[in-house]
Design a protein around this ligand. Sequence first.
Ligand code: PLP
Length: 380
Amino acid sequence: MRFQTKSVHTGVHKDQQYNSVITPIYPSSTFYWDDLEKTSGYDYTRSGNPTRDALQENLAALEGGVGCVATSTGMAAVHCAMSLFGPDDHLVVPADVYGGTFRLISRFLVEKGMTFTFVDMTDLDSVRSAVNSKTRGIWIETPSNPMMKVIDLAAVAQIGEQSGLLTLCDNTFLSPYLQRPFEFGIDVVVHSTTKYINGHSDVVGGAVIAKDEELAERIGWICNAAGMACSPFDAWLVLRGVKTLGCRMEAQERSAHRLAEWLETHPAVERVYYPGLESHPQHALARQQQDGFGAMLSFDVREGRPVAERVCMKTKLFDVGVSLGGIESLISFPVTMSHASMSEEGRAAAGITDRTVRVSVGLEHPDDLIADLQQAFEGS
Ligand SMILES: *Cc1c(COP(=O)(O)O)cnc(C)c1O
């Protein structure tokens, strides 16, 4: 089955009593036993729930993994995956890792005894030289937020394999429709389903997907023991959302590509960061490992912060907001929003300046989005 068919046909036909086409929500905390030895397969919703299982089957199939846990948030998924490691373990992570992941690492996991080295993962030598005798894993995020750096999945997976490390990839920005890290040798895939997978900006959720049975079992154990799983209601919404992932991604990507090309020719714009542009430093790599370029882009305005702020505030169709991957377009100013908690030096190292604007392109007609941005640039 091809992707779109899998996304519609996996995790359905679960209701043998009434044959509902759509998997029902089972909002039951507990399930009665047939006798003192035998359950229906479910006994308690933290440990397992039919609606959540349907979503997990679906996401595992889309990523090409063998097991999945659907968590209450994307950060719960990150925490679940990080819990594969213990005190004294060292991980190599991208310098521009997602802000919430950075907070979990620097203010929580470090206190539990883990150590981390932050590197620019577009430089494979710096990944190699960050590996030491305590290193147990490499965390990847590609494309990165908000500068859209593309990391070579196969090359990093190979570094991991040579040193016996676990490789983990946060695949939120592209979704499995456009990138499947397992195909490049990655061991664990993490998602914030809040973004493209649910796609409708009405749920926060996450998922961890494993490449093999052993990892799937460990992840399932952690999720149950730590109580990270999502509610049946949220699972049902995400399962509804994921069925349109393919066509949403197609349309949103097409619009983002047009917007990126238009922005690149705009006199007020200095630089556009979008992997689909030939000017993107990792354009060839993106072409090779991705099935498309996604619907996130950033750009630097030529004339500085007042223009960046004006563009954000004068658009009418782009809501000013963090988050991404929804049907509605969003615009944000990373310096005061998503990356406000990052140090000035950290931002500078990542290339984020007070002239950088980030856009998540939604499902509106691209002509309307371009006209709206045009009037925002002109507006005074
Ligand atoms: C949003 C996001 C997360 C965290 O997900 P939540 O659902 O907000 O907890 C993790 N990684 C990336 C890349 C994200 O964009």
